[in-house]
Design a protein around this ligand. Sequence first.
Ligand SMILES: [Zn+2]
Length: 384
Amino acid sequence: MFRFSLHKTDGSARLGEFETPHGVVRTPAFMPVGTQGTVKGMLFKDLEEAGAELVLGNTYHLHLRPGDELIGRLGGLHRFAGWDRPILTDSGGYQVFSLAERRRITEEGAEFQSHIDGSRHHLTPEGAVDIQARLGSDVAMVLDECLAYPATREEAAESMRRSVRWAARCRSRIEVLRSSSPPERVVSNAGQAQFGIVQGGVFSDLRCESADATQAIGFEGYAIGGLSVGEPIDLMYDIVSETARRLPVAQPRYLMGAGTPEDLVECVARGIDMFDCVLPTRNARNGQLFTSQGRLNIRNARYAEDAGPPDPACRCYTCRRHSRAYLRHLHLSGEMTAGALNTLHNLTFYLDSMKRIRDAIAFGTFDTFRQEFLRSVSRPAHDS
Ligand SMILES: [Zn+2]
């Protein structure tokens, strides 16, 4: 069963851990994104070695292909994919809302057309709970409405209040699944936790209203959604601060969809415990590497004869074994190993950064760490 323990705070930064049916996750934590039941370009053994304790699975994609019913029949996503550590699934809402013209939102839920074959589907709050129950993730998310940025106050308020009503329906549904005896066939992980999501756009009072209403329903953890969607960075940080302060101390706080290495440190400083983001994986496939000395793009001609590792401070296989010149050659040649080696490095950098954050909080030196980290990672590597 799910249990969060807060071990130590340093300013607003929090060191903790949570237990799930598939093991313990130390927080602050970064979740690599495993859209199709795999983290693109990575073997799970390398992900484990890099220190990933939790991955994110995308409900929308797995529901359409191969189908959550098939995955449920095969014992759930852990067994299907061969990943024994904890999994968090999103609700599918974010992808559905991204479909723009191919979806319609009503109070009942969202109707949408599959991006794969155009087939019509209906995603309701109850359906999102059932799909995630079949997948058997350790943490499931409620279905929420993802608001586009910018939105007016009225739009943000209406959308947030609908998300609260949907959250209540999601909670009712999971309580039915939990209390049914014998257990419902849809459940493939009896210890699954469910997190609520705070919305409200960039409006502080709406965020507070959403945080209070979501807590009143009651969840095992709370996420902040609808940020990192194009708003100015200082505004995002302000909303994160205000919202995190409004959430219960004794439960985990998850900032959805952020972010850059700077975002991780800045939002840990504001009381966030969990993150997910496609940046380290997607950018790796485009040749962008995050390093302890800043970002570098391996396509750049300046690396053509650079015999040094991508990041001299990194312990990953890519950095121990290969040069920038070789990685540039693989990338320009379109070799599959280019994406794989770059992804391994970027995820190792992200996961190592989280470990260094946790160590700094444990030692009570987080603020010093934060200043040094921001100075070093925020510059282009070739300036160093
Ligand atoms: Zn590396």
